[in-house]
Design a protein around this ligand. Sequence first.
Ligand code: SF4
Length: 738
Amino acid sequence: MKINRRTFLQGVGASSVVGSLSGLMPGIASATEQRGGAPDKLLKREGKIVYHTCQRNCADRCLLKFTVQNGRMTYVEGASEMKKMGTSPCVKGHAYVQYTYAADRILHPMERAGEKGEGKWRRISWDQAYAKISARLKTIIKEHGADSILPYSYSGHEGVIGKYGGPSRFFNAVGARKLDRKVCVFAAYEGLKSVTGTYQGPDPYDNIYTNCYISWGQNETATNVHGIKFINQARDKGAKLLVVNPIRTPIASQADIWLQPKPSTDTHLATGIMKYLIENNLADTKFIEANTIGYQDLLKRIAEMSYDEIEKVTGVPREKMFKFAKVYGESELSVLRLGYGMQRNYNGARMSRAIAMMHAVAGQYGKIGNGFVYDNTQADDSLNYSKGRADHIHPHGDTVGHVNMTEIAKAIHPTNPTAYGKPIKPIKAVINYNGNFVSVAPDSNACRRGAMRDDLFLVVHDFLMTDTAELADIIVPSTTQFEFPDMGTDYNCYHMQTSEKVIEPLGESKDNWIFFKELAAHMGLDHHPEMRVDYEQILRDFLDTEEPAFRQNNITYEQIIEEKFVTVYDQRPYFGDGKYKTDSGKIEFYSQMMIDAGYHPVLDFGLPEDEMIPEEKNLPFRMLSPAIPQRANSSFYNVKYIRNFPAYFAKVNNEDAKELGIKNNDRVRLSNHRGEAFFIAQVSSQVGRGTVMAPKNNWRRMDPQGKASCTNNLTTDKLTDMGGCSAYHSTNVAIEKA
Ligand code: SF4
């Protein structure tokens, strides 16, 4: 694939997409026809400027500026005059004009005109759509109860209204089953809380002051691009860059030392590093004495683990690990950035705990330039969610059943629905918005079987024909994020920022508040005042918070609108007061929380293979399925030049490939008891022996190979050790030449 200037240019590309794709959706008007005007004839940089936050599931949360001419979005650039991390769009943000005016946008409601999944659609009006949806939902409520209705959504829109405020009000008014949106972060949340009492940490702006940046399981060049400049500033002043990752990421290639452990062996690796620090007088005993409990238990536990065992389990040569530990231990200030992927394992919480403990042994909390950065949700966690979502209007809010989104396939199982290991009342309707569970949830084949059930009413609110939408009974067109006003929170730094409405909704599309508000009215649920408010009131409800992060600076709705972004208060230096958020107020090397969860109170060395069924355990490859930089989960498949980036490959280690007789560009089949998936082999030392890496969430219906290349055909839907998180990376597979 050649990416040249012509294909990359914003706006221009939108018109070029029409010719190639508009024929795919007969009866659906092209988005490029909306609002008129050939985009390449418009002067891109002249016109009204609108500030809008990128609402993809990306920690950087770029504040962007859109140029609007004659009601049409024509140009996107970063709000670089703002002193905020994240004011320059990445390849995804640069694609927003094409993304918005994509030729295959769904612009009218449609109902199924054939068998489920057959791809035959009939255009209907909104009145018809509302009448059909509300009639079917009312019948389901009457016959099976409102808790037979399940929302499914995740991060298709990360705005305050788009993600929660709009849709959740509807599901609360209905009395629907609750969806636990725990696909990410929650295993690490628990592991980190068991050490310091929180998963939050210092502001990454202060990374420039560090002497040592440790990237642990994080691929900054794909998922935290703006963090790179802070790392580079620190390195310019002499800081070391240490990387731990089973994949040779771009930042690993640039590291002073890169350790490549076998996947999910991080507890052993962190233990090895602690052991070295302790044995070589590099443990910060003064810090440990003042700030921790259970150090003697830790010493005892570490003494039980040998370097031989660590080397055998992790595959990391001990000399290299010692070198890493020496640089780390001798650095005055070290900041550790933990990625999100590593914790998506059966032992995710336990590994996260071990890494956080290691950082305490090194004495690296409480100063500017050190600390542990994971999920900086200081702004998000301070919002008044229960008021913003109107949780109080749910008739059975405290007692209604829950479904973990990772287990969606189990919850909609045709004959044996379960949740959290227990049988549940069948789900009779799924309303899918901000998500695409057939592609993104684990065990995709089982998801598809559930969605195909004749007795499951599937409504999809989306602007694209996704793998989930094509199995729907009714599809209603959503707007993109640019067609309604919202706000959003950063989760790397401590920001809250505006998302002004950029353009009017295209076609007949309706946003995440208007659709659910009007559906509520059709179902007779608008007697709740909470279902009759405007966007501003929802935002004000979320901002009606007494949390110190907002109140310290007296942050108001008006201030965010006026200033475009605000920084919420938090400690600086983080933990500078020596008060940790655990029950003891100290860093806990010995944890009651771990005992309560059924694990060793200090370090638990369990591995994912311990929990696999024999037929999976004995398969020779661990499959990792991370994101690629050009996509955010299931998003951006509608942008032609992004779709043309390679995403249908599987990276296989050179020596493994040799043994299997696999060469570069061979078609390979990955398989296990859940299914199979096909990829083009890339033979590379980027992955270690016994590891295969393939990008996550390829859509079946967009697969250029004509074979299913979705890693989720193979992934596990078993939950993590703590936190109820997904464990995608605890998946073993076989590989063969296809
Ligand atoms: S995806 Fe992330 S880096 Fe890219 S534009 Fe959005 S917030 Fe910025």
